[in-house]
Design a protein around this ligand. Structure first.
Ligand SMILES: [Zn+2]
Length: 255
């Protein structure tokens, strides 16, 4: 009996360790935002920012599961603390978690003295918050809120043992902004579609056009509004029809 208890304990311990035992390469924070990430491969890498948000993240997870697609969720630390059940689902269903700061404040025009504390809080406190949910990550990923970044942040964070193992700040290839020419959507950004009351089909046509033009890449979406989940449900079959396959941030050949 004692032996059985010992082995059960051992396997629980092993699993607990396995949760945080992922491969980390010695990359570091970049002085500038990293763009042009994975185009030209006819592969789509979905990324969802600003969650987790109840009622939206769950729908996004349902859709991804239905199509057996893994994505990256760039979560906000405060939302992580508020919704651990959604975070557990994200990691249990095989997705990757990225750091999108603690409270999503713009990291610009920061006070010349206070900036270090702010950057440390926003990036490293968020890291501690997402730590229990990184089981599927091969790397630590960061995306800056509003893509605000400064090379002095990179120098400062790379002095930190964990900070210097981060890849980021990471942008996206598809979904950054709206571009409409002669009534044709050449690019779409989900948040802008919904604020401009653009239909899901029109919004999707911009994503599809840009995906075709760039031959795939990292797609930016937000798990903030239900329309984005509806867009995703329609977008995936359209991308499949056009011959795209789906990969993850783990598969990118990071320089
Ligand atoms: Zn954001």
């Amino acid at each position: 009996m004692k032996k059985i208890v010992f082995f059960v304990l051992l396997s629980i311990l092993y699993q607990a360790n396995a949760q945080i035992d992922f491969q980390v390469v010695d990359k570091d924070f970049s002085k500038v935002n990293i763009g042009n990430i994975h185009t030209g491969h006819n592969e789509i890498i979905f990324s969802f920012d600003d969650g987790p948000v109840p009622g939206v993240t769950d729908k996004v997870l349902d859709i991804l599961k239905e199509h057996n697609i893994k994505a990256t969720f760039f979560v906000i630390g405060k939302n992580v603390l508020a919704h651990p059940e959604l975070m557990k689902r994200i990691v249990d269903e095989g997705h990757i978690v990225g750091n999108h700061s603690m409270s999503h404040i713009p990291l610009k025009n920061l006070d010349s003295i206070a900036w270090k504390d702010i950057v440390k809080t926003e990036v490293m406190d968020a890291h501690k918050t997402i730590m229990p949910y990184l089981a599927n990550n091969r790397h630590f990923f960061f995306r800056a809120p509003y893509s605000d970044w400064n090379k002095i942040f990179a120098d400062f964070l790379n002095e930190n043992e964990i900070g210097k193992q981060y890849i980021g700040p990471i942008l996206w290839d598809i979904g950054g902004e709206m571009e409409i020419k002669d009534g044709k959507y050449l690019q779409s950004a989900d948040w802008a579609c919904w604020s401009k009351k653009i239909s899901i089909d029109d919004c999707m046509s911009g994503y599809l056009y840009e995906a075709g033009k760039r031959k795939g890449g990292v797609v930016l979406m937000h798990d903030l509004r239900h329309q984005s989940a509806e867009l995703l449900a329609k977008l995936i079959p359209e991308l499949e029809d056009r011959g795209f396959s789906f990969s993850t941030m783990n598969d990118v050949d990071w320089k």
